[in-house]
Ligand binder design. Structure first.
Ligand SMILES: C[S@@+](CC[C@H](N)C(=O)[O-])C[C@H]1O[C@@H](n2cnc3c(N)ncnc32)[C@H](O)[C@@H]1O
Length: 192
């Protein structure tokens, strides 16, 4: 018999997501970051990179409502979420969307992990390089950038690239991010 997989197998955040109606356990990572840093505020223009299946988008939608704008992109399809303008498009093609300046750029993107350290680092860094070019082009001065990376070389790469672009740079490991995972988030505050 084929085993059915679901977003909701496993730990406490999977159960919570099911109970609270979030499409992914990842929603709680953003909820926890939001609680600590009051990252997103009504009226913000938000660009979300790598949004499917939509847990973060649901969180953002509840905050922004119809007060600002939410543009979300992913290579995969995503079911509709109120107030979210979703585009199924690869990050590298984002220029085709003709975006306005944003007050926040958020990314939960990571490459598929091969298990070969140097390949995974190279893949992560090339994604981050594209994200940084998006930040350069579409994030307004004073804006914020939250992105995922992995401890080690990609964190160093990011730290090096963000230190001259933002007034403050913080590393975050929300409780909902599994402790065995090398994943962490970096927040750039006040783009220079
Ligand atoms: C961890 S998931 C995001 C989960 C989301 N934050 C949530 O709460 O539901 C990462 C997403 O990044 C997307 N992604 C990976 N590479 C991408 C690329 N080059 N362009 C656009 N999206 C990409 C994947 O398709 C995947 O849906």
């Amino acid at each position: 018999m084929t085993k059915k997989t679901s977003y909701f197998q496993g730990d406490k955040y999977n159960s919570l997501a099911k109970k609270d109606g979030y499409r992914s356990r990842a929603a709680y990572k953003l909820i926890q970051i939001q609680k600590e840093f009051n990252l997103i505020q009504p009226g913000d223009n938000v660009l979300e990179l790598g949004s499917a299946p939509g847990g973060w988008s649901q969180v953002i939608s509840k905050i922004i409502n119809d007060s600002g704008s939410i543009t979300a992109i992913d290579v995969l399809p995503m079911k509709k979420i109120k107030y979210v303008n979703f585009h199924q498009i690869d990050l590298v093609n984002i220029e085709k969307l003709n975006l306005k300046k944003m007050s926040i750029v958020l990314s939960d993107i990571a490459p598929n992990i091969t298990g070969v350290g140097f390949i995974d680092t190279a893949n992560m860094n090339s994604l981050l390089e594209i994200e940084i070019s998006i930040v350069d082009k579409f994030l307004q001065i004073g804006g914020k950038y939250l992105c995922k990376c992995f401890e080690g070389d990609s964190l160093d790469f990011l730290a090096e690239n963000l230190k001259d672009r933002f007034k403050f740079v913080k590393r975050l490991k929300p409780e909902a991010s599994r402790s065995i995972s090398r994943e962490l988030y970096v927040l750039g505050i006040e783009k220079i």
